[in-house]
Design a binder for this molecule. Structure first.
Ligand code: AKG
Ligand code: FE2
Length: 354
């Protein structure tokens, strides 16, 4: 598998991003984002990413902030989650050590061409695709039985243990957030969480963005919404790059060393009947510094039927989305065809299907 990938990658990517980055090459055409203006910070805006203290979500005040953040930006910076900065630094460090290994060592865990798990470049799904200026290591962490341990790095030696522990902590924060989100809408605590099921999927994706000589021409990650239910992101401690689209403006997400950026994915927009937003986001690169982030995606068991919570459907707020199973597949197919997945699961006639 790993060897196949190596050959295929060589054909597709004659020079690796790493080599191009080190030599200061102009990015080749397959990385160029057309008709886009980004990387410019010339439009100052007052919009800021909300900060939510998870330890205060038992109070009405913080709960209201949560509701307001998720119905406008669809994301927030979570603090007060109980993970110390020193602990988060350790997680960042282990991930960084993996990416610092020689290419041959990382290739032992290479993603096979038609798979999503493993180490490699942007997954190519269509000829027209503009490639992301990044490397990733993607691993499923939960359910435990579905791990592909042959893709879990043995080097650094504490990689697996660290990822396991971090994932457990993040998952428990996510569960609490999902219960809080339900409470913020006066719903039963389990209204969202129960739809995820006991065997919900947790996937880790470590993103690594080498510097680029022309950050005005490429993107670390193209604009997208996450297919997940909920995503928690550990940002690089120093280097910014993530931007969220709010009111048609790209807003930088500042780095806060002890915060996890929480953003909702499409499946929570569906479950909340459109009240909560799954924000469009992207990543810009820079000429000087590499950036790393660790994204944790939590989504319902693929076999579960997921749909708008009944109590959120009424005369004034008709059902916006149909019930779906395996949204991951729907999302992937749409991505290949250049369609917006959420649009394809909208109820055609709100009144008819209520
Ligand atoms: O690197 C980041 O800040 C965000 C990455 C992201 O959006 C993703 O992996 O889905
Ligand atoms: Fe994302």
């Amino acid at each position: 598998m790993a060897n196949n990938m190596h050959v295929a990658e060589k054909k597709l990517f004659p020079r690796s991003i790493q080599e191009m980055s080190m030599d200061g090459d102009e990015p080749p055409p397959e990385y160029l984002v057309k008709g886009n203006t980004f990387g410019s910070k010339d439009s100052p805006t007052l919009i800021q990413i909300p900060i939510i203290d998870v330890s205060l979500l038992s109070t009405e005040n913080e709960l209201q902030k949560l509701r307001s953040a998720l119905s406008s930006a669809g994301c927030f910076q979570a603090i007060g989650h109980g993970m110390l900065t020193s602990y988060l630094d350790k997680v960042r460090e282990v991930a960084k050590q993996f990416f610092a290994l020689p290419v041959e060592e990382k290739q032992k865990y290479a993603r096979a061409v038609n798979e999503s798990e493993g180490y490699g470049n942007d997954r190519v799904v269509s000829e027209k695709q503009v490639l992301d200026w990044s490397y990733r290591l993607t691993l499923r962490v939960f359910p435990k039985e579905k791990r592909r341990l042959s893709l879990w790095p043995e080097n650094p030696s504490d990689f697996s243990e660290t990822l396991e522990e971090f994932s457990t902590k993040v998952k428990s924060m996510m569960d609490y957030l999902l219960r809080s989100m339900a409470r913020s809408l006066n719903l039963e605590e389990g209204s969202f969480l129960d739809q995820f099921g006991k065997q919900s999927l947790l996937q880790a994706r470590i993103n690594y963005y080498p510097p680029c000589s022309r950050p005005d021409l490429v993107l670390g990650v193209k604009p997208h919404t996450d297919r997940s239910g909920i995503t928690a992101l550990l940002q690089d401690k120093e280097v910014e790059g993530l931007q969220i689209l709010i009111d048609d403006k790209w807003i930088n997400v500042p780095t806060i060393p002890n915060a996890l950026v929480v953003n909702l994915g499409d499946q929570m927009q569906i479950m909340s009947n459109g009240i909560f937003k799954s924000p469009m986001h992207r990543v810009v690169t820079n000429t000087e510094k590499l950036r790393m982030s660790i994204a944790m995606f939590n989504e319902p068991e693929p076999e579960n039927e997921v749909g708008p919570v009944e109590e959120l459907i009424n005369e004034t707020c008709p059902r916006l989305y149909r019930n779906v199973t395996n949204y991951g597949d729907i999302n992937y197919r749409c991505y290949q065809e250049g369609k917006i997945a959420l649009e394809t699961v909208k109820v055609a006639d709100n009144y008819e299907q209520k």
